[in-house]
Ligand binder design. Structure first.
Ligand SMILES: Nc1ncnc2c1ncn2[C@@H]1O[C@H](COP(=O)(O)OP(=O)(O)OP(=O)(O)O)[C@@H](O)[C@H]1O
Length: 255
């Protein structure tokens, strides 16, 4: 049974359809890269996975249950703009990453000491132990983004959602981050969804690359149709063993 099931999702804002007939099944541990034209609904799709929004139609199931609407321990998220807290030290940012996802909000006493120990482990894993007591503003862009990922990982999520996480980094740092993410995946069985504008990055890191696009297009009004998954590439084995056009997407379905 698949770990994440997306079944016939439609999402509209007002009368404007953004996504339509989105279907996807993902096994636990798979890395899904998401590419597509600007504004076609990739971030919207991530917000649906986070349950920050409810779909207009259709259903998402994670481990055979609807995703919880409140921030949970099962999903971590990292955006392009560093989502770290500037007034907290690097270590406290990681502690906060775990504590803010819990209902009671923050740790005290022994729970805090345990959280600090776990934060130190996370910092070692992301290579930031030596700057644990510094504030984020003193770190480079790559280090800040590593911290943002460490913060998201602090709660040991089963799913990591990355929205153009490396978009603001220069090419050298980006390469380092690719190595970092690849190592992390080797250590955990996280399922990852990563939105990227860089196709090469998508194929390099992803097991699968899914493409969001509008299969139907009205030149007189570009907005009446939403985007869907038009391609689902298998990127494993260092190449593209197959590319499967999802024929059913192009078939006319009753509304
Ligand atoms: N809350 C909202 N209310 C109304 N429209 C929205 C809302 N959120 C997103 N949109 C619109 O939905 C469309 C899809 O936005 P989204 O950010 O998901 O696209 P995207 O593919 O991630 O774009 P980009 O690649 O540029 O980040 C955009 O036209 C955006 O303006």
């Amino acid at each position: 049974m698949s770990f994440v099931t997306v079944e016939n999702i439609f999402q509209s804002y007002g009368r404007r359809p953004i996504l339509e007939r989105v279907n996807l099944t993902v096994d636990e541990g798979e890395f899904i890269s998401i590419v597509g034209a600007s504004g076609c609904g990739k971030s919207t799709f991530l917000r649906l996975l986070l349950a920050q929004e409810q779909p207009s139609r259709g259903e998402i199931r994670i481990a055979d249950a609807p995703p919880a609407a409140e921030p949970g321990l099962d999903r971590g998220v990292v955006f392009q703009k560093y989502s770290v807290f500037p007034h907290l030290t690097v270590r406290d940012n990681v502690v906060a990453g775990e504590s803010f996802r819990r209902r009671w909000g923050y740790f005290t006493g022994a729970a805090r000491r345990d959280a600090i120990r776990r934060a130190n482990e996370t910092l070692a894993r992301i290579g930031l132990s030596n700057v644990a007591d510094q504030y984020p503003a003193t770190l480079s862009g790559g280090m800040q983004q590593r911290l943002a990922i460490g913060q998201a990982l602090a709660a040991k999520p089963r799913i990591l959602l990355l929205d153009e996480p490396f978009g603001a980094l220069d090419p050298g740092i980006r390469l380092q981050m690719h190595g970092f993410l690849t190592d992390l995946r080797a250590e955990t069985n996280m399922t990852v969804f990563m939105v990227t504008h860089d196709l090469a990055e998508g194929f390099k890191l992803g097991d699968r690359v899914v493409v969001f696009d509008k299969p139907r297009w009205d030149p007189t009004d570009p907005d009446p149709y939403g985007a869907t998954i038009t391609y689902d590439f298998d990127a494993r084995d260092g190449g593209i063993p197959f590319q499967r056009i999802q024929e059913e997407i192009h078939a006319v379905h009753p509304a």
